[in-house]
Ligand binder design. Structure first.
Ligand SMILES: Nc1ncnc2c1ncn2[C@@H]1O[C@H](COP(=O)(O)OP(=O)(O)OP(=O)(O)O)[C@@H](O)[C@H]1O
Length: 258
């Protein structure tokens, strides 16, 4: 088996007296789309933040792209950051910059790239997410919610990352937009040979995209496997989470796909 893209061993996360993760282990293999699921407050976003180096373990090790992100220096960490992209839940675009300049910003931060190359590369990334050169000149306030997500995705892909983190990628989109955003992510995953880690509450998105599901409960990952493997487990949380009415509907879609 190839070396894991992400390897978390014996992770403890604490906020004061509150223990969020207790001896948590997780491995993500190259090319997988792994969804983190769990109840509200189970520590999904915090786990994502640990992978991004935005939280620090009380104990344990978080290796991303082969590097202990808490053990390496700031220069090395910045180099690592340039190898992943992150799509935040609300897009988080710079409101004073056009769509094009939002996508160009990570490339400009690298310094030394000629401006015309940056512009062409940003337009190409925008085209990959289905946006036109005319859209590229719009300000975020003039874009629809679906378009903001697309620009944010183009920005996350600006530096051709190997790894893409998504926090609630379809939150706030209506079912049609959500479905087309899911297809877009699926296509880009294949085209760019990405590994994807996402947090989602939306079961349709979860089943449409995930090659693996990691279930967070009891402060650790209690199950990890393909959607079919995970939903077959008898754990009460899993049964309740996936086999309620919403889960049944999403599962029907999964079965239709096969
Ligand atoms: N910066 C922080 N300071 C203190 N407590 C925090 C902080 N960040 C998260 N927590 C706590 O950690 C726990 C896990 O939060 P987290 O946001 O990771 O959960 P989640 O599974 O993503 O929840 P949700 O599904 O509701 O978004 C919660 O009890 C939360 O209150």
């Amino acid at each position: 088996m190839a070396a894991p893209i992400i390897q978390i061993q014996g992770l403890w996360t604490k906020f004061g007296p509150v223990v969020v993760h207790e001896d948590l282990n997780l491995e993500v293999q190259p090319g997988d789309i792994v969804s983190l699921v769990g109840g509200s407050g189970s520590g999904k976003t915090t786990l994502l933040r640990q992978m991004l180096g935005l939280e620090h373990p009380a104990r344990g090790c978080v290796r991303v792209l082969g590097e202990d992100i808490n053990g390496c220096g700031s220069v090395r960490r910045q180099q690592l950051r340039n190898r992943w992209g992150m799509l935040f839940q609300h897009g988080a675009l710079f409101s004073a910059l056009t769509a094009l300049d939002n996508v160009a910003q990570p490339m400009r931060e690298l310094r030394g790239l000629p401006e015309d190359l940056i512009r062409d590369a940003a337009l190409l990334k925008l085209a990959m997410v289905g946006l036109t050169p005319k859209d590229a000149l719009k300000m975020p306030a003039d874009l629809s919610g679906g378009m903001v997500k697309r620009v944010a995705l183009a920005r996350a892909l600006a530096l051709e990352p190997e790894l893409l983190f998504l926090d609630e990628p379809t939150a706030g989109l209506d079912p049609d937009l959500s479905e087309s955003f899911v297809s877009l992510i699926r296509g880009l995953h294949q085209q760019m040979r990405l590994t994807v880690v996402m947090v989602t509450h939306d079961l349709d998105t979860l089943f449409a995209l995930s090659s693996k599901i990691a279930v967070l409960a009891e402060k650790r990952v209690i199950a990890m496997g393909t959607p079919e493997e995970v939903i077959a487990l008898p754990h009460p949380f899993i049964q309740q989470f996936f086999l309620g009415e919403r889960g049944q509907r999403a599962l029907e879609v999964l079965r239709e796909k096969h």
